[in-house]
Write a protein that binds this ligand. Structure first.
Ligand code: ATP
Length: 578
């Protein structure tokens, strides 16, 4: 043995070139000296799997003992099939049938391996006899070309520990004297014993590792499930509701938050799109970064571009100072583009470029800047229709909608109305320092039967109004509920009076009633419904602004509108000076 513990090759050094390469008995080493070093055999464990161990063991046997033909077949987990790793390696990449053909059934006695395992002892037979007596095609193919004068020795292998289960077989073919000397050699027997011990040990390790990996996988899934549930529950404190639709919404939010995909929120007005956008940000990895929101419908095109991209000093008249812009400010966080369907086409192209490249150039600037943000966009209008109308770019739609989420209308989750109503009453009492306002059954019934075109926002405003009309310690009664929403009143009036009517009168009626009673109003002069609705809207908003002394926050709240939307409407309807 060499100093480094590697077995001295001695006469065994001559490698065997192929399975059938017949060597003269003189060139075959003495197994007694060739396998003397157990340290050498320890190299066997360098393999990480039982199959590597078998391949290394075979290679050692072939090299050091100059065995012309050696095979090691392993029993599979079912104990029914024997297969040959090397042959499988050779078959890799071939079609399935060739892989199948390498499997030998343990109960098929047309091959000698089944006999050896069944009897539990080694067998030896001449190859001529094996050819004539055993007609298993795969076995016959494997010994084809070997000299008929050789013998075949098959040694069944079993674990050398308490369990003693069958592992497989070792098979050698060669001159009789060579094979006989093998079984008489103590070192070979020790080598075989070590091989079996290591094989069983590695197989168990391998199984254990596989079991552990499976366990880890399922634990990870469980942990993922638990983590997602926790996040969903956290979202449930703000995004109220217990219906299947809202539960599914919360779980989609958690999934979206796990990614960096752009999220497109679609849903009717007041369904909670902004709330959802914030929620996604809060449960995402970006939650420590900024959350910025902008309503694309509420800002004129030129201003919107400057808001988003920022500008350098002197970029345009009035730009006395440089401004970062929302893309820059939202770096590392989330940017919420509300009413993205209203974004002007020219700006859509620029937005698409930012999304594709992650770069933008401030107005008047000559340097591009890198930005890393998640975009959440929202729209209450069907973008498909806008695309058909040529008002929205299809490519931007697909880019924005990497993770599309549709928010359910309140009408699709009526079962949430009691829970939402109670939460809004509690919220009102907290804000207004009131207590003990209740909700009777009749009121709940009335709410459940009502339509809410303004969705949760409308319900919230309605509850606020009803609370304001109810004394502490009393229940909200159905009578204090406003009869119908603004949209419904207009529709009702148009329905009642036909397509024509008096817009001014309708406006007046709506303005007077506010969220109150609908009156029969003359609307006979209406010849342009859009115009009539616009006038009606203008009158109503003007009236509310007057009622709240120009306070837009209160006016917006009383109409169930976000403040930004009211500001936008004021500009559109030229109501800037009430
Ligand atoms: N699931 C919910 N739980 C509690 N409050 C909600 C829920 N959904 C919406 N709201 C409330 O309804 C109001 C409107 O929500 P939000 O502004 O997010 O709606 P939106 O869909 O963005 O509306 P718009 O399209 O008109 O901008 C807010 O006061 C919000 O807190």
């Amino acid at each position: 043995m060499r100093d480094d513990g590697v077995l001295d090759m001695g006469r065994a050094a001559a490698p065997v070139s192929g399975p059938a390469s017949a060597q003269s008995p003189d060139s075959i080493s003495d197994p007694g000296t060739a396998l003397a070093g157990m340290a050498e055999a320890m190299r066997l464990v360098e393999g990480h799997s039982p199959s590597e161990l078998r391949c290394r063991g075979l290679a050692l046997l072939r090299e050091r003992l100059a065995l012309p033909w050696a095979r090691c077949l392993a029993l599979d987990l079912s104990g029914r099939w024997l297969s040959d790793d090397e042959a499988e390696d050779r078959a890799e990449g071939h079609d399935d049938s060739s892989v199948q053909a390498l499997r030998l059934a343990c109960d098929d006695f047309r091959h000698p391996y089944a006999h050896a395992i069944r009897r539990g002892e080694s067998l030896s037979m001449g190859l001529g006899e094996a050819r004539s007596r055993l007609d298993h095609p795969v076995f016959q193919a494997s010994i084809a070309g070997l000299p008929a004068a050789w013998r075949l020795a098959v040694r069944p292998l079993r674990a050398r520990d308490g369990r003693c289960e069958w592992l497989g077989v070792l098979a050698f073919a060669g001159p009789a004297e060579r094979l006989d000397s093998l079984s008489a050699c103590d070192d070979f027997m020790a080598f075989e014993a070590l091989l079996c011990r290591l094989w069983a040990w590695l197989a168990r390790q391998h199984d254990e590792r596989r079991d552990q990996a499976r366990l880890r996988d399922s634990l990870a899934k469980l942990n993922d499930g638990a983590r997602r549930r926790t996040l969903s529950e956290r979202l449930g404190q703000r995004i109220l509701g217990d219906s299947p639709a809202i539960r599914s919404l919360r779980s989609q939010m958690v999934r979206a938050a796990e990614t960096n995909l752009a999220v497109l929120l679609q849903g009717e007005t007041g369904t909670g799109k902004e709330l959802v956008a914030r929620g996604i940000h809060e449960v995402s990895a970006r939650h420590e970064g900024p959350f910025l929101a902008i309503n694309c419908a509420a800002i004129p095109e030129t201003l919107l571009e400057a808001e988003l991209f920022g500008h350098v000093r002197g970029a345009f008249s009035g730009a006395e100072r440089a401004r970062e812009g929302l893309f820059g400010e939202a770096n590392g966080g989330t940017l919420f583009l509300d009413e993205v369907g209203d974004m002007p086409l020219a700006l859509q192209a620029k937005l698409l470029r930012v999304l594709e490249s992650g770069r933008y150039r401030p107005l008047g600037g000559d340097q591009e800047r890198q930005v890393d943000l998640r975009l959440v966009a929202a729209t209450h209008q069907p973008l498909h229709r806008r695309i058909r109308e040529g008002a929205f770019r299809a490519d931007l739609y697909y880019r924005l909608g990497q993770f599309p989420i549709t928010l359910p209308a309140l009408g699709e989750r009526r079962e949430d109305i009691p829970l939402l109503s109670q939460a809004f009453i509690d919220d009102f009492c907290r804000r207004e320092g009131r207590e003990d306002i209740g909700l009777g059954r009749a009121t709940l019934r009335a709410l459940a039967e009502r339509d809410f075109p303004g969705n949760v926002r409308e319900l919230k405003n309605l509850i606020d109004y009803a609370c304001a009309m109810t004394r502490d310690g009393e229940d909200i009664v159905p009578d204090v509920l406003p009869t119908a929403s603004v949209e419904e009143q207009v529709e009702e009036q148009v329905d009642e009076k036909g397509e024509e009517g008096d817009p001014e009168a309708a406006s007046q009626a709506g303005a007077e009633n506010g969220a109150g009673k609908a009156q029969g109003t003359q609307v006979d002069d209406v010849v342009d419904l859009r115009r009539a609705l616009r006038d009606y809207e203008a009158t109503l908003i003007r009236q509310r602004l007057v009622r709240y002394d120009g306070n837009r926050t209160l006016a917006a709240e009383s109409l169930g509108l976000p403040k930004r939307t009211l500001a936008h409407k004021c500009r559109q309807l030229e109501l800037d000076t009430p």
